[in-house]
Design a protein around this ligand. Sequence first.
Ligand SMILES: Nc1ncnc2c1ncn2[C@@H]1O[C@H](COP(=O)(O)OP(=O)(O)O)[C@@H](O)[C@H]1O
Ligand SMILES: [Mg+2]
Length: 230
Amino acid sequence: MSDQLKVAVLYDVWGEEEKEEVDAADTGRKRKVKEDREEILDALTKLGHEPFYHVLDGRPQSLYGLGKCGADLIFNLTESYAGDDTKEMNVAAYMDLLGIVYTGAGPHAHFLAQDKGTAKKMFHFHGIRTPYFATAYRGNIDHAHDVKFPLIVKPQSEDGSIGIDAEAVVNGVKELMERVEYVQNEFDSPALIEEYIEGREIYAAILGSYEKTEVLPLVELDLSKLPVGT
Ligand SMILES: Nc1ncnc2c1ncn2[C@@H]1O[C@H](COP(=O)(O)OP(=O)(O)O)[C@@H](O)[C@H]1O
Ligand SMILES: [Mg+2]
């Protein structure tokens, strides 16, 4: 492999998002904020690589095309397939079967991370501290610490803060029961009930695995501009 790589920046679109992409391209309209994929394409170009986009649009043709795209490496930005978040791991598994080299987690890690309850149990096993929690689904409790208010109630398997808003933080039993019911009905999902941790929010990205890991510079989410009480 030469130093200069053909890198396919892989992302997925579906439904409304797909339509917005096409509209923007048709009208030549400029979006204000650069998408992550554009930043990544620019960075790869600056580093002397040959990046190009490959889109998974939910049609099998886009999957066949991925197998034939000729990239040395896939920069995997997909988070779902055909609008289904639970298929995120299948994209990685498909690339494994094709023998394509890609960035990011493999299918097993995607599967385990999809269920926050499972992920938290694994963190605990490895001595990584995570807020005390309980899970509830239609009267069944899979696990329960002796949690203390305030609590935050979220769907067990969503991401992107879906199902988490101001109402998600509860201070009493009535609010808690109502929010658990909301999560179950709205997302057809168990509710993860977690102790609410006050404090700063810092993101740590880790590259690699096992003994070959590198922690990238920490990034803080600036919450100072939020309205009082949120
Ligand atoms: N236990 C908690 N204590 C305080 N804030 C929380 C807690 N859990 C979630 N949040 C807030 O909600 C946001 C989204 O929660 P998170 O569990 O990361 O869900 P997602 O998978 O949707 O990103 C977090 O970035 C944080 O601001
Ligand atoms: Mg999060």
